[in-house]
Design a protein around this ligand. Structure first.
Ligand SMILES: Cc1cc2nc3c(=O)[nH]c(=O)nc-3n(C[C@H](O)[C@H](O)[C@H](O)COP(=O)(O)OP(=O)(O)OC[C@H]3O[C@@H](n4cnc5c(N)ncnc54)[C@H](O)[C@@H]3O)c2cc1C
Length: 508
């Protein structure tokens, strides 16, 4: 039974007591767990289709993910590490731009100034840009964590994960079921509509299900937000030109498990390398306007001769729905929008969506009104657009190759709402304090740090470089050496995995 209240605008909106989530991939499960944890009184049901299955890709996270899992959702680390079997990621190693490589972590390399130095770090990172943060010093040495007493890994700070998608989904589904989420296997047949809203969902089993709020977590199919509600899709095609990925991998033999994702420039896009404990996953993201599937596959194999799995091509379109919350439907995950995984942002964006949904219910006492829904759509839209613009910086300034694809990226990529950040950088250089004032509207997920990591990493020129005196340079290098010294005694991913599997290991 739906109960109604009057909102500020005078429109009747239902009180949310029963939520029906369509889809049980990582997005549906994160939505279910977040809602159940933050609103235990809600009746949360989920229907997902084993006939359709999950997308099966999406294996790198950002630091938002472990923080949400362990702190917000209170998931047991012991269970998660046992069942999902993640490895750790301290950031991304970019084979990108004119340098041989540069690193991007979840800490601060460029939004900082070393003690006693007259300028922020970016001004000194003209040649060697290594060891500017603890995380990159670890990555540089293929270490996952520093160590504490008795040489135990200090698993803390801003780390992220590599996780196989199926393992993650199985693990989260078991936890969701235990938390009281009712999960049913069925396939949506059609949505019953009334007054432009979803009135019920009809499934192939013949079931008709109703709820106060429907969460569309049906992946790229976007069954409710796209098909039933026909919400316009805003393409990101003026900034992101890739639309396909070919994915394959091989069983790990003697390769070290690297504590980072690798992103490598390719002729018509880029290739990721994701590090699972027993498997190495590669994926070539490319633009079908510049290369055929067959030629992309040939380049993929040439770069990755060890690939043994049958390569799989996934097609996608970059963009987002104009509104993610329409009437009594909220879309999350791939159903709400998509960008390629160059910064592995999808799970973080999904968490952002779920957190704001839970927050909207909290501040309105589960009676979200038009103001609240409008705010939700604005903030989620801004977050999507920021991700688009951040990825655009990666494309606009990558001078590594002169193929038609990369020439086009340099000429045609729009920097969107962050154009002013680049223009100011050109003038003042990597000055985080000044650049902060050029940032557009919140949320600023990446902050000045993210944009500087790309601009400095790719050695994008600016007008007034700093000519450091020899003693200044020496002081700078001494501080980098100090950062590096703690990383030298660190542990590898393999050593850290062995440590947490010892019976004596205790999570704090
Ligand atoms: C090439 C590629 C690489 C990626 N890499 C990353 C990455 O490194 N990091 C990252 O965070 N993300 C990545 N992503 C995004 C990733 O896919 C998502 O983060 C996430 O794993 C998938 O979320 P989902 O739950 O929205 O979709 P899905 O996994 O597709 O789940 C959809 C669910 O809806 C159900 N469903 C669909 N239609 C119906 C229906 N009619 N009836 C009933 N149920 C239905 C399905 O059965 C399934 O349970 C990548 C995506 C692609 C394409």
């Amino acid at each position: 039974m739906v109960s109604f209240t009057e909102n500020d605008a005078g429109a009747a909106v239902p009180e949310v007591r029963r939520v029906l989530i369509l889809g049980g991939g990582s997005a549906g499960l994160l939505a279910a767990l977040t809602l159940k944890r933050l609103h235990p009184a809600l009746d949360v049901q989920m229907v997902r289709s084993s006939e359709i299955g999950v997308i099966g890709v999406g294996e790198g996270t950002t630091a938002v993910f472990p923080a949400h899992l362990f702190q917000t959702l209170g998931i047991s680390k012991e269970e998660f590490y046992r069942e999902a079997q993640p490895t750790w990621k301290q950031g991304i190693r970019f084979l990108w731009g004119p340098r041989e490589e540069f690193l991007y972590d979840f800490e601060f390399q460029y939004d900082r100034q070393f003690p006693g130095m007259p300028k922020p770090t970016g001004y000194y990172a003209t040649g060697d840009c290594t060891d500017l943060s603890q995380a990159t010093a670890l990555m540089n040495r293929q270490k996952a964590f520093t160590t504490g007493p008795l040489g135990k890994p200090l698993i803390k700070g801003q780390y992220a994960f590599h996780i196989e998608n199926h393992r993650l989904v199985e693990c989260l589904e078991a936890i969701a079921t235990r938390s009281g989420v009712i999960i049913t296997d069925d396939t949506l047949d059609h949505a019953e509509m009334a007054d432009g809203q979803v009135a019920a969902l009809h499934f192939k089993s013949g079931e008709r299900r109703t709820a106060d709020l429907y969460v569309d977590a049906s992946g790229f199919r976007a069954e409710l937000i796209g098909k039933a509600l026909d919400e316009p899709f805003e393409s990101f095609s003026d900034a992101l030109f890739c639309d396909r990925a070919v994915i394959g991998g091989w069983e790990r033999t003697d390769e070290p498990i690297l504590p980072y994702t690798t992103a490598e420039t390719m002729n018509h896009g880029w290739c990721w390398q994701i590090e699972h404990e027993t498997f190495i996953n590669r994926g070539y993201v490319y633009s079908s306007s510049f290369v055929s599937d067959d030629d992309a596959l040939a380049e993929f194999f040439e770069k990755n001769p060890k690939v043994t799995t049958k390569p799989r091509v996934v097609k996608f379109r970059s963009g987002r729905y104009r509104r993610n919350w329409v009437g009594n439907v909220v879309a999350v995950g791939n159903a709400s929008g998509f960008v390629e995984p160059l910064e592995a942002t999808a799970l973080a964006q999904t968490i952002y969506e779920c957190r704001w949904l839970a927050e909207s219910l909290r501040v309105t006492g589960c009676r979200p009104d038009e103001t609240n829904v409008g705010f939700y759509n604005r903030i989620i839209g801004i977050a999507w657009d920021e991700i688009r613009d951040f990825l655009a910086f990666h494309y606009k300034f990558n001078t590594r190759l002169d193929t038609p694809f990369w020439k086009h990226c340099r000429e045609a990529t729009s920097l969107g709402n962050y154009e002013a950040v680049y223009q100011l950088y050109r003038e003042v250089g990597p000055n985080p304090v000044l650049l902060f004032h050029a940032l557009p509207e919140r949320p600023n997920i990446y902050g000045v740090e993210g944009f500087l990591a790309m601009l400095v990493g790719m050695q994008v020129p600016y007008e007034r470089p700093h000519d450091a005196a020899p003693q200044e340079r020496e002081l700078f290098d001494r501080q980098r050496a100090q950062i590096a010294s703690a990383a030298k005694g660190g542990v590898t991913v393999k050593q850290a995995l062995d440590a947490i599997r010892k019976p004596s290991w205790q999570w704090t």
